[in-house]
Design a protein around this ligand. Structure first.
Ligand code: DGJ
Length: 713
């Protein structure tokens, strides 16, 4: 419906978003946070009146509240909404609203605004959508209504946070240690985190969070934004001397990448915003929305055997058949053939791009392996790195013009490889046809889609014009095309581990690989912070080798399996080298995961705020609060011995629950256990006691954990 009321109240998922479009100015968010209850038009009008600040002498008249797309031409001196120009002119647009439409549906309430700048011959649509889970998202569509090209150099969208948000947190990381949180005070100025490598990257900010100082898992109100985009972009927290605090984000096109011809439009990626009373609450709004999508994976997530750490490039049919047999015997349901199967690929120095089965290693093709895998009751997956090429490949020798080149040759190699320009129709066709051939022939159910090099010199040849944005769109198009062609095909987004984990790629993929690090000590943290956005069923979590291949720390099987339990389980241990006892134990852990998988992959993810940083308590609580699984991990030497009580969050206060230790292998935890652990049938306690008082934690050695099952009685 079209509305004339200038202030609109969107409600859903315990959230209110109040938007004003008064004065014909671009939409401004007056409130984003807890649900405000029923508000009359008079209440909303008064809310707007009281949101206008006093402007003192010599103050720049910042247009508070600041529009979602902020405009210099209105007096905004912060980070601009649109930066663009028409041959150097038309660089300070001032849009005026033409129309406002409010839609209220069961899955979302939204405001759509259309606006224009007649003097500049530009149009701008802004969409603010509050999804039923309480997640808000905004996007804009900019259009060129003139008769000459208009270049958009950036388009940032922002949401306000209140003055109580005094602390920032975003993530950083590196290979095999992704998603490390970093905090700082929200001081005046801008805290800008950019991804400029053609993917979010291993060091991706992931979410820009601002909250009450000390905000934690269960307490402290906190807001965060994330851009659903797998290419170059920025996430920003900005505080001005005039008291504005905003979280914003937008694409970062290189020069010439976003030029609108006459009549053309371009739509930004969604900027997602979530808030919560603590981080768990903020994440639930994201997880619940992801789970509500029609395309969200709903079948039980098959336990994976991945060949990478087991055999690396040593492909050989007999060995891999034995690995598949061992995988089926421990309860795996999917077998994934990783890197090393295609022509010439004996190590990581050659052959990316030559996506045909290597006849020297596979004289009779991969068919026999794929068939055997299916005979064993598993489905078959295979690895590709579609956007990459080695200069030492038939593809690069035949089509050097398809290798990105910004004008100085193909540039520095990284992992010996370069990037294939998928915006060349021939290159796109080559990769697509080769992938389809393999996927169809081998009846592939799952593609592990890797991406191991940053886009450093991504020039389209022969012009040399920047091609990062087109590459991002081409990768999306290829994923979409494969999925359309092969309904049910699942794709995992992997990029040297967790280098491409975002809500853009997750619209086209079914799983992310959070990290190449299978060391459970580090993995626990990587998974925890990945779960800020990604629910367990979309995170690959594999049982790695006893001596971690990335850190060389040594861990017992129990702890490796306990940490891997919490996602989409896989096994990367070389099962062919495991003893019978180890195989039995792995089978027991896989069985346990399968028995709890429905709960793990649908419940609310919770984390306690333990008083001792050596303790980590995480859990999943079913939506009806009937059942939960918790894990207490000890990751360092606790300050006290015993370490004290831990609380179990997320349970219904008025219900009574039986808590019992879950130990599928029956070895018992390594450490000193409190007496309640020895009561075979467990203990029964009210939800209030479990969540407010807690239970005594065992004195475990570092890098050990216990699992507790909690069921309503
Ligand atoms: C990097 C990935 O993260 C690994 O899991 C593995 O697939 C290798 N690439 C293969 O080259």
């Amino acid at each position: 419906m079209t509305t004339t009321a200038p202030v609109v109240h969107l409600r859903g998922g315990g959230t209110s978003v109040v938007v004003t479009t008064s004065g014909g100015r671009l939409p401004r968010v007056l409130h984003w946070g807890p649900d405000l209850g029923d508000l009359t038009d008079d209440d909303l009008a008064a809310m707007e009146t009281t949101a206008s600040p006093a402007i003192g002498d010599s103050a720049v008249t910042y247009p508070q509240p600041v529009p979602v797309v902020a405009q210099l031409s209105e007096g905004w001196l912060g980070r601009p909404g649109i930066v663009g120009d028409r041959a150097g002119a038309h660089w300070a647009p001032r849009f005026e609203i033409d129309d406002v439409v409010v839609e209220r549906a069961t899955d979302a309430e939204r405001v759509r605004v259309t606006s224009s700048d007649a003097a500049y011959a530009l149009s701008l649509g802004v969409e603010i959508e509050l999804l039923a889970s309480g997640l808000v998202r905004v996007r804009a569509e900019v259009g060129n209504t003139g008769d000459s090209p208009y270049e958009v150099r950036s388009l940032d969208l922002g949401l306000p946070v209140p003055a109580t948000a005094g602390e920032l947190c975003d993530l950083t990381g590196r290979w095999a240690l992704e998603r490390v949180p970093q905090r700082r005070p929200f001081d005046v100025g801008s805290w800008v985190r950019e991804s400029r490598g053609g993917k979010p990257g291993l060091e991706h900010a992931f979410m820009m969070l601002a909250g009450e100082p000390g905000f934690a898992n269960r307490s402290g109100r906190v807001w965060g934004v994330h851009l659903g985009w797998s290419g170059n972009h920025a996430l920003v927290a900005e505080r001005t001397p005039a008291g504005v605090r905003r979280l914003s984000g937008g694409e970062l096109p290189w020069p010439g990448e976003l030029v609108l011809g006459p009549g053309e439009t371009s739509t930004t990626p969604w900027l997602y915003g979530s808030w919560g009373e603590g981080l768990d609450d903020l994440s639930h709004r994201v997880h619940r929305w992801l789970r509500s999508r029609p395309a969200h994976p709903r079948t039980p997530r098959p336990v994976v055997v991945n060949t990478w750490e087991a055999v690396y490039f040593q492909h050989d049919l007999a060995t891999l058949e034995r690995l598949a047999e061992a995988g089926a015997a421990i309860g795996a349901e999917r077998f994934v053939l990783d890197d090393g199967w295609f022509t010439g690929r004996r190590d990581d120095t050659t052959s990316l791009g030559d996506w045909t089965v290597d006849a020297t290693v596979w004289p009779d093709g991969i068919d026999a392996l794929a068939d055997r895998v299916r005979e064993l009751g598993m489905d078959f997956g295979i690895w590709f790195e579609p956007e990459m090429v080695n200069l030492d490949s038939d593809l690069a020798r035949e089509h050097p013009e398809w290798v990105f080149d910004a004008g100085h040759g193909p540039g520095m190699p990284s992992r010996h490889q370069h990037v294939l320009d998928l915006a060349h129709p021939g290159a796109y066709r080559h990769v697509r046809d080769a992938m389809i051939e393999v996927v169809e022939r081998l009846d592939v159910a799952y593609v592990k889609w890797d991406h191991n090099r940053y886009l450093l010199d991504a020039g389209h040849s022969p012009s040399g014009r920047a091609g990062v944005r087109a590459q991002t769109l081409a990768a999306y198009a290829l994923m979409a095309e494969l999925k359309e062609l092969r309904p049910g095909l699942e794709i995992e987004s992997c990029a040297s581990g967790g280098g491409r984990v975002d809500l853009g790629v997750l619209q086209l993929t079914d799983r992310v690989w959070p990290s190449d690090c299978n060391d459970p000590h580090d993995r626990l943290e990587i998974q925890r912070w990945t779960s800020l956005l990604v629910p367990p069923e979309l995170q690959g979590t594999h049982v790695g080798a006893r001596d971690s291949h990335t850190t060389h720390r040594v861990h017992p099987l129990d702890f490796r399996a306990q940490v891997a339990m919490w996602g989409h389980l896989g096994v990367e241990v070389n099962l062919l080298e495991a003893s019978e006892d180890e195989l039995d134990e792995i089978r027991a852990w896989v069985g346990l995961h399968r028995s709890f998988r429905a709960l793990l992959h649908s419940g609310d993810v919770v984390h306690a705020d333990a008083s001792d940083p050596a303790l980590r308590l995480e859990g999943v609580v079913s939506a009806d609060q009937e059942e939960a699984l918790f894990q207490l991990s000890v990751v360092d030497r606790p300050a006290t011995w015993p370490p004290g009580r831990v609380t179990l969050p997320g349970l219904a206060p008025e219900r009574r629950y039986r808590v019992r230790v879950v130990d599928p292998v029956g070895r018992g935890a390594t450490g000193v256990l409190p007496p309640w652990n020895a009561i075979a049938e467990g203990v029964v306690l009210p939800g209030t006691v479990l969540s407010e008082v807690g239970i005594e934690a065992p004195s475990l050695d570092p890098d050990r954990a216990v699992l507790w099952h909690v069921a309503a009685v």
